[in-house]
Design a protein around this ligand. Structure first.
Ligand SMILES: C[S@@+](CC[C@H](N)C(=O)[O-])C[C@H]1O[C@@H](n2cnc3c(N)ncnc32)[C@H](O)[C@@H]1O
Length: 172
């Protein structure tokens, strides 16, 4: 899991060094140094394991999301908003399916927001220079994210935003 975090963390750390950062994440550099003592010398990644941090009101926790025991630590008597950015492509389709259907079964109602990559991006990810550098690769891809809603009768597809449609920020 740490392999998939490093490129994002490094990008955030570098962004924060800009005179006018876009994200301004002042913790990224600190975490990067802790994970990778060679960071300042530009060396590779570390062996430390990382997991998804799961935040819910008063119930912050962390977990490997494929071990669904984390669900037992979240109150189930209220609607759920699940946001996962940059996570789903690193899971296998079987794990994504198990995660989504178990979550839907566990909560009375809610909304899931996550990003996916198309099949071509999954298939070619082993040659992606950034992912290669960290020995990471995608494990699933979907050309039609709406099809995921067919995995469970209570799942309904609402909307999607394609990365090419998202407004870009120009750095000058
Ligand atoms: C590309 S990063 C996304 C980082 C996040 N969106 C952020 O802005 O910090 C991928 C993240 O997925 C997490 N991850 C990958 N596989 C995981 C798994 N099976 N369970 C929990 N987290 C996982 C990694 O720890 C890493 O933080």
């Amino acid at each position: 899991m740490q392999k998939t975090l490093m490129p994002v963390l490094k990008a955030k750390a570098l962004d924060n060094r800009l005179p006018d950062p876009i994200l301004g994440d002042r913790y990224a550099e600190r975490v990067m140094r802790r994970l990778d003592p060679g960071y300042d010398r530009g060396r590779g990644a570390t062996q430390l394991g990382l997991v998804a941090v799961i935040r819910s009101l008063g119930h912050d926790t962390w977990a490997c999301v494929t071990d669904l025991a984390w669900l037992d630590r979240i109150p189930r008597d209220r609607p759920l908003l699940l946001i996962a950015e940059g996570l789903v492509p690193y899971l296998t389709e079987a794990d994504v399916r198990r995660l989504l259907t178990t979550v839907v079964d566990a909560f009375p109602s809610g909304q899931l927001q996550f990003d996916t990559v198309p099949v071509w991006a999954w298939r070619t990810s082993r040659w992606d220079p950034t992912l290669r550098r960290y020995d990471a690769q995608f494990h699933c891809g979907f050309d039609d994210p709406a099809a995921l809603a067919r995995w469970h009768p209570r799942l309904e597809f609402l909307d999607e935003n394609r990365a090419v449609q998202v407004p870009t920020t120009e750095v000058v």
